[in-house]
Write a protein that binds this ligand. Structure first.
Ligand code: GCV
Length: 685
C-alpha cells in the first residue's frame, strides 16, 4: 500500500470517529469544521422533497445546531427574489427558533453553514437577521493536479483525487469531506486538473473517474470543470490538426462535449491555458484566442457550459512580460462568445508577493473577466511560511482602476456591480493535498478559507475573515484571537519585506520558486524566467524601468499612469516595479535607497522572530500537536528570512558597493556558498 493511501485511510477513519464522539488529537484534518456534535439534536422543520442538498443542510443542523428549532423554507417571496438563487435570509433567535429561507436548496445549505459559523464564533446570542447573496456567481477552485497524482506547485502531498487508486469508500469519503469544506465557505465549483492539461483527461477511463467525483460533489452544490489541452482533437482524437476553424475539429469537440454531458449532466465547462509556456493553442494555426475560445464555447453552449480562457500568456520577446496579456487580449475585446470568461491573474506577471493589479481589469470592457488568485503559496514560502493572503487579495480587490472615474475598484468591475456583466466569477489555485492537515501548514488552511469567504463577499475585511477562521480552527479565547489575528494580518507584509521589498519581484530560484537566487542567469534559458530580467541591478541602481514612453505603466488609466510614472509620486511599494532607481535616491524616510532596502530586509527578519515569540506564548491555548507543528514551521520561516536577507543584500551589494548600514546582525551566510548551493545547508524544509 502506498504511503499516501495509508495516510488517506487513517484520515478517513479519523473523520468517521470524530463525528461520533469527541477525541482530543488535533492533526488539522478537521479544518475549520471542528464543532462537536450535539447530544440531543434540535428540531429541524422542512418539507422533505428528498433533495440531497436539502438533506445535507438538515443533517448539518441536526448534528451541530445547539439552539432552538430551525425551519428551512424554500420561497420565492419578494424579499427572497431580490437575492440571487444561492442567497439566503436568516431570521430569528437561537432561543425561540430560526428560519432560513432561500429560493433554492443550495441557498439553504449556504445559510445553514452561515448560521453554524455564527454559533461557533459566538454570535448567536441575540436576535439574528442576515441577508446575503454571493458577489460572484462562479466561485471556483483550480486544482493543478496531474493524472499521476502529482500536483504542480502543490506543497501538501499528492492529489486528493487519487487518480491512480480505486475510488473506493475511503476515497469517496475524502471527496465528501472536501466538498463539505468548500460548501461551508460558499464555493460552488472545482476544476479538477492542471491547466497544463494532458489530452488524456478527456479519455474514457478518466471521464469515468470524473463522473464519480462529480456525483459525490453534486449534493454539496459543487460543479465539476476540467482543464483541457487545446491539441486534444489531434493528440487524443487522431485528427490531422486541432485548428479551431476546421469543421472536423469543431465536430470533434461537439462530440466530446456531448459525451461529457451524457455522463455528467451538470458539467460546468472548460478551463484553458493556450499558447502559454509552450502549450498548444489557436495561434499555432494562425487563429486568435477568440477563435479558440469561441469554438469550445459553441460546443458547450447548448448544455449551459462555460469556457474560462486564461490570459496568462507571454512569449520570450522584446516586450516586457508585464505588458503582454494586454497586447494580446485587448484587441480581442468584444469578440468572445457570451459563455466565455477571460481568467486573469491578479497581477500582470505571476502571483508575486506584491504586484500592482493586472491592467486588463478595467481595460477589457466588453468581456467578463474572472480574477485568478493563487491560494497555494508558490512564491510565498510554499507550505513552510505563515503568510495570510487575505490582506493581499483585499489590496487587489480594492485597487482603484479609475477606468470609470475614481472608485472603479477591481472588485466592482469584475463582480458586475459597476459594469453589468453577463457572467461573473473568481478562481483560486488550490493548496490542498493528501497531507493530513490538507494544506501542509495549519495556517495555510486560512488561505483556502479566506478565498471562499472573499469569493462570496469581497467586502468582508481581512480581519473579519481571520477572526472567524481562528475561532473555528483554534479557539475563541480573546487573547489568542487578538494576538494570532495581528500576526496573520501583518504576515504578508512581513514576507514582502524579507523577500521582495519596495517593488522588487521574481528574484526566486527559477526552478522551484522557493528561495532567493537574484544572481541566477542560465545561458540559453528564457530571459523572462531569470531574476536579472526583473531586478536589473547595476552600478547605478536597481529596478525595472517601466516608466519609459511605451512602458507598462502606460497600460493604466489616468491618473494612475501619471502617478506611478513619476518617481516622486510612485508609491514606494511599487518603486522598483516601475522604476530603475539610483542607489543613493532619497526615499520618503530620508534614507538612501540602499539603506532603505537593507532596513526592509532586516525588519522582515525581526518580524518573523516576533511571530515566533508570539506563537510560543500561545501554547496554553493550542493542542500540543498543532502547536509544535506551527512552531517548527516558524523556525524554518525564520531561517529562510535570514537566508533571503543575506542572499539579496550580499548580492546587490556587489552592485551598490555600499555597506550594510546596521550592526544589528551581520550576514550569517556567505554569498559564494549561497550561489553554489540552491539553499543553505542548515535548513531542511
Ligand atoms: C500551471 C507559473 C507557474 C507554473 C504554472 C503557470 C500558470 O508559471 O510557475 O507552474 O503552470 O504559472 O499559471 O499557468
Amino acid at each position: 500500500m502506498k504511503s499516501s493511501r495509508i495516510k488517506l485511510t487513517l484520515t478517513v477513519i479519523f473523520f468517521a470517529l470524530f463525528t461520533s464522539f469527541k477525541i482530543s488529537a488535533e492533526d488539522g484534518s478537521r479544518l475549520w469544521l471542528r464543532a462537536d456534535t450535539v447530544i440531543t439534536p434540535s428540531e429541524v422543520i422542512y418539507r422533505d422533497t428528498g433533495d440531497e442538498t436539502l438533506l445535507l443542510a438538515v443533517e448539518e443542523l441536526r448534528r451541530y445546531w445547539k439552539g432552538h428549532a430551525v425551519r428551512l423554507v424554500i420561497s420565492d417571496a419578494r424579499d427572497i427574489r431580490a437575492l440571487t438563487s444561492e442567497g439566503f435570509l436568516i431570521e430569528g433567535d437561537s432561543r425561540s427558533g430560526v428560519t432560513i429561507t432561500s429560493s433554492t436548496e443550495a441557498g439553504l445549505l449556504y445559510g445553514t453553514h452561515h448560521l453554524l459559523r455564527l454559533q461557533v464564533t459566538g454570535e448567536t446570542g441575540g436576535s439574528i437577521t442576515v441577508k446575503e447573496s454571493p458577489k460572484y456567481a462562479l466561485r471556483i477552485l483550480n486544482h493543478w493536479d496531474n493524472q499521476d497524482d502529482s500536483v504542480e506547485r502543490g506543497y501538501a502531498g499528492s492529489s486528493i483525487w487519487q487518480w491512480q487508486s480505486e475510488q473506493d469508500s475511503t476515497v469517496i469519503a475524502l471527496y465528501r469531506n472536501y466538498a463539505r469544506a468548500n460548501a461551508s465557505i460558499g464555493l460552488n465549483g472545482t476544476v479538477l486538473n492542471n491547466v497544463n492539461a494532458s489530452p488524456l483527461i478527456l479519455s474514457a477511463p478518466i471521464l469515468k473517474k470524473v463522473k464519480t467525483i462529480a456525483d459525490v460533489l453534486r449534493p454539496y452544490h459543487i460543479k465539476v470543470y476540467l482543464s483541457v489541452n487545446f491539441d486534444s482533437p489531434a493528440a487524443l482524437g487522431g485528427l490531422p490538426s486541432s485548428d479551431p476553424l476546421s469543421k472536423d475539429v469543431r465536430q470533434w469537440w461537439k462530440g466530446k462535449v456531448k459525451e461529457l454531458y451524457t455522463v455528467i449532466p451538470d458539467f460546468g465547462g472548460f478551463l484553458v491555458k493556450a499558447n502559454s509556456e509552450g502549450l498548444p493553442g489557436p495561434q499555432d494555426f494562425g487563429r486568435t484566442h477568440a477563435d479558440g475560445a469561441n469554438m469550445l464555447a459553441e460546443a458547450l453552449a447548448p448544455f449551459g457550459g462555460i469556457v474560462m480562457w486564461r490570459a496568462f500568456v507571454y512569449n520570450p520577446s522584446d516586450e516586457d512580460r508585464a505588458k503582454q496579456a494586454v497586447l494580446e487580449f485587448l484587441p480581442l475585446d468584444g469578440q468572445f462568445s457570451p459563455n466565455v470568461l477571460i481568467q486573469v491573474k491578479n497581477g500582470p506577471v505571476d502571483f508575486q508577493p506584491r504586484e500592482p493589479f493586472s491592467p486588463l481589469f478595467g481595460l477589457m470592457k466588453e468581456t467578463p473577466l474572472m480574477p485568478e488568485l493563487q491560494i497555494t503559496q508558490e512564491y510565498l514560502g510554499q507550505s513552510n511560511h505563515l503568510v495570510y493572503l487575505a490582506t493581499m487579495w483585499k489590496e487587489f480587490f480594492e485597487s482603484d482602476t479609475y477606468v470609470k472615474g475614481e472608485g472603479s475598484s477591481v472588485a466592482e468591475i469584475t463582480d458586475g456591480s459597476l459594469v453589468p456583466q453577463k457572467l461573473t466569477g473568481i478562481a483560486g489555485v488550490a493548496n490542498t493535498g493528501m497531507d493530513v492537515n490538507w494544506c501542509g501548514h495549519h495556517f495555510a488552511q486560512a488561505n483556502w478559507y479566506a478565498f471562499g469567504r472573499l469569493a462570496w463577499n469581497h467586502s468582508l475585511t481581512a480581519e473579519e475573515v481571520a477572526d472567524e477562521w481562528i475561532k473555528q480552527t483554534f479557539s475563541n479565547e480573546p487573547d489568542f484571537v487578538a494576538q494570532v489575528s495581528t500576526l496573520m494580518l501583518e504576515s504578508r507584509e512581513t514576507a514582502v519585506r524579507y523577500m521582495m521589498p519596495l517593488g522588487l519581484h521574481h528574484i526566486f530560484a527559477w526552478e522551484h520558486h522557493y528561495g532567493p537566487e537574484p544572481w541566477t542567469d542560465i545561458p540559453g534559458a528564457r530571459t523572462d524566467w531569470m531574476p536579472s530580467y526583473y531586478h536589473r541591478a547595476d552600478a547605478e541602481g536597481i529596478g525595472f524601468d517601466r516608466s519609459i514612453s511605451g512602458g507598462a505603466v502606460e497600460q493604466y488609466a489616468t491618473p494612475l499612469c501619471e502617478k506611478w510614472k513619476d518617481l516622486a509620486t510612485c508609491p514606494e511599494k511599487f518603486l522598483l516595479w516601475f522604476h530603475h532607481v539610483p542607489w543613493d535616491y532619497r526615499t520618503k524616510s530620508g534614507k538612501i535607497l540602499w539603506d532603505e532596502l537593507c532596513y526592509h530586509y532586516d525588519e522582515g527578519v525581526q518580524e518573523v522572530r516576533e511571530y515566533q515569540r508570539t506563537w510560543d506564548k500561545m501554547e496554553p491555548y493550542v493542542d500540543a500537536e498543532r502547536f509544535r507543528h506551527v512552531q517548527a514551521k516558524l523556525k524554518i520561516q525564520s531561517h529562510d528570512a535570514v537566508w533571503w536577507k543575506d542572499a539579496c543584500l550580499l548580492y546587490f551589494q556587489t552592485f551598490s558597493r555600499r555597506i550594510i548600514p546596521y550592526e544589528i546582525e551581520r550576514p550569517i551566510y556567505d554569498l559564494d556558498e549561497l550561489i553554489e548551493n540552491s539553499r543553505p545547508k542548515t535548513v531542511k524544509p
